[in-house]
Design a protein around this ligand. Structure first.
Ligand code: GLU
Ligand code: MG
Length: 429
């Protein structure tokens, strides 16, 4: 939704106005990638009714890539002022509050990978640089573009930590500093829209599709997550300084184990498109196996301790199997719920995996207790629907709508070849 600046005002005395705001059709949650609309119990169907979108003015930032425009995340309310049950920002706030009620807080950051194509979105993919993976050549080839991108992000207040050429042709990656969960999800959206805008101004097109090109690695949307004990002095990182595996505290271990146990179900929100499963394959650094390991880029959960001397600050869990088709709010809300369930049941981790799981034989994987993650969206949706923890945390409306929409896309693409799935998805994310 776009609004002139004169429409942006807080309700006096409130940060979250409940009257006014912009209008929004209630069916938006039920759209498929071809813009057809599903008919779910809680979303879609007849285009009747209206919701109010209220910009969160604390997160309003100028969009340097789109002069004259600013971007603000918004919260969704029904006309009667109640929070809409499908409002993913509200869900994430609620999960963060539930964790806080138990004495914990979380820090998160999304890594953004994208492939850059010459020409306009909608056309075929033509890598906008030809230098090799990770090499300086790709920086040189697109130095004006990358500089403008960093300047635009700086002007919007984003704390960029690193930008680098990634593995796949035309691919780059940008990392940002960790924030509170809501801030991290807001930043993920801002970063992506800034990349899209700067790309366009340079006559280029950015694709955030999980798999934009058949022959190479896909785009990951890895989530970095750490759990912190809320104390009266400085918060303490539960992923470090303990006597659990790799230095985790027992709560850090349980939080991680709660996520590991629910990865098949979590993929319905973290790897939510049919194309996600073309990316999520062994030996593509996407984390296609349900296991964890220290700095293991083929494990779905890569544990990172950080360099000597900075573990207390830097230790975190990287959820590698998630991709940029995910709604970052929903993805983080589901991860926090899964981690909290692990803390509640004092879950423990299996042994870390220090080898590439795809290089083991099926028998060796069985012996090590390593299972393959779902290989289709349908399997993930079935696991999601059956998971009592996620159902309780996210609520019936979210579970039903996610399942209806995912199954709609499965049906839509059921006869498509991988190349057709990639072409249909490439410019939709
Ligand atoms: N592009 C890979 C993915 O699909 C990740 C590469 C890496 O960061 O090691 O997740
Ligand atoms: Mg990467």
């Amino acid at each position: 939704m776009g609004s002139p600046a004169s429409r942006l005002s807080r309700r006096p005395g409130s940060n979250t106005p409940r009257c006014g705001g912009g209008g929004s059709a209630p069916g938006q949650d039920a759209f498929l990638l071809d813009d057809s609309v599903m008919s779910g119990r809680y979303a879609g169907g007849a285009p009747i009714g209206d919701l109010r979108l209220h910009p969160d003015l604390d997160r309003l930032v100028p969009l340097a890539a789109l002069p004259g425009w600013a971007l603000s995340p918004a919260d969704r309310y029904a006309q009667d002022g109640s929070v809409h049950p499908l409002d993913a920002r509200a869900l994430l706030r609620r999960e963060t509050a539930r964790l806080a009620a138990q004495g914990w807080t979380a820090r998160a950051a999304f890594e953004v990978e994208w492939v850059l194509s010459a020409g306009r979105a909608g056309e075929g993919f033509v890598p906008a640089c030809s230098g090799p993976a990770y090499g300086m050549t790709r920086i040189t080839e697109q130095s004006d573009y990358l500089r403008d991108l960093l300047l635009a992000l700086e002007a919007s207040g984003v704390a960029v930590e690193q930008i680098h050429p990634e593995y796949a042709p035309g691919q780059y990656e940008l990392s940002v500093a960790a924030e509170d969960p809501l801030g991290a999800a807001d930043t993920a959206v801002l970063v992506r829209e800034t990349i899209r805008g700067v790309s366009l101004r340079h006559g280029l097109a950015a694709s955030f599709s999980p798999k934009a090109e058949p022959a190479s690695l896909g785009n990951g949307g890895h989530v970095h997550l750490s759990l912190w004990r809320r104390t009266s002095d400085a918060p303490a990182n539960a992923m470090a300084g303990g006597d659990g595996p790799c230095g985790m505290t027992s709560a850090g271990e349980s939080f991680t184990a709660g996520i590991l146990r629910r990865l098949p179900a979590l993929l319905a929100v973290g790897a939510p498109s049919v194309a996600s499963y073309l990316r999520l394959v062994p030996s593509h650094r996407a984390g296609a196996f349900s296991c964890w390991g220290l700095e293991n880029r083929e494990a779905a959960l890569r544990f990172i301790t950080g360099a000597d001397g900075e573990q207390d600050r830097a230790a975190n869990l990287e959820i590698k199997c998630f991709d940029p088709a995910a709604n970052p709010y929903l993805a983080l809300a589901a991860l926090l719920a899964a981690g909290r369930a692990g803390i509640d049941t004092r879950d423990t981790l299996p042994a870390p995996v220090a080898v590439e799981p795809g290089a083991l034989t099926p028998h060796e994987r069985d012996r090590a207790g390593i299972a393959a993650l779902p290989t289709t969206l349908g399997e993930s949706v079935t696991a999601f629907e059956a998971d009592p923890v996620l159902r309780q945390a996210l609520g019936e409306a979210v579970i039903d709508t996610v399942c209806v929409v995912r199954r709609g896309e499965i049906e839509l693409l059921k006869d498509a070849t991988p190349e057709q799935v990639i072409a249909a998805t490439r410019w939709r994310h």
